[in-house]
Design a protein around this ligand. Structure first.
Ligand code: C2E
Ligand code: MG
Ligand code: MG
Ligand code: MG
Length: 289
């Protein structure tokens, strides 16, 4: 009896594994089709000044709607990296950003936009040249585009990274270190690499209830500013988090407290309402995450 019970478990387990493999195969097939059919959207999350509710720019975030269901970039970006699609998908992203930036410009709005760059792309020695080429072909001003790179991407090939970062700076881009504090960060990296911005990871912001985390965040902001970097806090959801960041003289924040990532049209609407002075901060709290 025990034996047949064990066998049944193995069957269940095997079936689950098979289901997982099939689901993954289907997802891979759909990513293929989505890349080919350009079925991705770009949404923009406002990046806002801490000292006053003024939108300074946005982070471009990829969105994939698969049969009505939104798949998180946390799932499909790693798959695109494995499947060697990351280059293609970044070109799609930059196409969309360049188109949106042109549309906003026609309305007199020129926000700074930052995009996320994968470690794989960052280890390509001609990355900055490819980027310059893509932007020139789409008449996108370089100064308006920022790049977000993780510490892990920089540290996998530090020499190469230093070179690429220097080129990107010379090309007029801002360069942020993304998810700061989650990798094997060394404070020395901040000094060693030509960065412009430090983005404090969301996990530190959601942890601000703890005294130790408050100490870490406060010290990180002070240190970054001492090194001449600007600081963005990620994932700000509560008014008291924003109050703390204001006390620490953090420069910018993004998070559901102000707004989640929204469509290009909705982002333009926010910019236009801000310009006409009709954007009240309480109102943005009502936006759904
Ligand atoms: P990230 O660069 O750290 O982006 C911030 C993530 O935090 C976004 O998730 C954003 O929607 C989410 N977020 C922002 N504010 C809040 C908040 O107040 N609370 C909470 N709980 N979450 C908040 P998203 O869009 O799911 O992106 C996840 C990650 O996927 C990004 O993390 C980035 O690493 C990657 N990613 C997104 N788009 C691209 C892309 O175009 N290229 C590459 N290489 N990676 C991308
Ligand atoms: Mg980012
Ligand atoms: Mg981040
Ligand atoms: Mg993050």
């Amino acid at each position: 009896r025990a034996k047949s019970h064990g066998k049944g478990l193995i069957e269940v387990y095997t079936r689950q594994l098979a289901d997982q493999v099939l689901a993954r195969a289907a997802l891979e097939r759909d990513i293929h089709a989505a890349v080919a059919g350009r079925h991705f959207e770009v949404h923009y999350q406002p990046i806002v000044r801490v000292d006053q509710p003024v939108i300074a720019g946005a982070e471009a975030l990829l969105r994939w709607r698969r049969e009505g269901e939104l798949i998180s970039p946390g799932v499909f970006i790693p798959m695109c990296e494995e499947m060697n699609f990351i280059q293609d998908i970044t070109v799609l992203l930059l196409d969309a950003v360049a188109r949106d930036v042109a549309a906003w410009r026609a309305e007199g709005q020129t926000p700074h936009v930052s995009v996320n760059i994968s470690a794989v792309q960052f280890s390509d020695p001609s990355f900055h040249e490819r980027l310059a080429h893509i932007l020139a072909a789409r008449s996108m001003p370089r100064e308006q585009l920022g790049l977000e790179i993780t510490e892990t991407a920089i540290m996998s090939k530090p020499e190469l990274a230093a070179n690429t970062l220097r080129h990107l700076r010379e090309q007029g881009h801002t360069v942020s270190i993304d998810d700061f504090g989650t990798g094997y960060s060394s404070l020395r990296n901040l000094q060693r690499f030509p960065l412009t911005t430090l983005k404090i990871d969301r996990q530190f912001i959601s942890g601000l209830g703890s005294r130790e985390t408050r100490a870490i965040v406060k010290a990180s902001i002070a240190m970054a500013k001492g090194l001449g970097l600007s600081v963005v806090a990620e994932g700000v959801e509560r008014p008291e988090e924003l109050d703390f960041l204001r006390d620490c003289r953090c420069d910018f924040y993004q998070g559901f407290l102000f707004s989640p990532a929204v469509t290009a049209q909705d982002f333009l609407a926010l910019l236009l309402r801000q310009q006409s002075g009709t954007l009240v901060q309480e109102e943005t709290f009502l936006l759904p995450p």
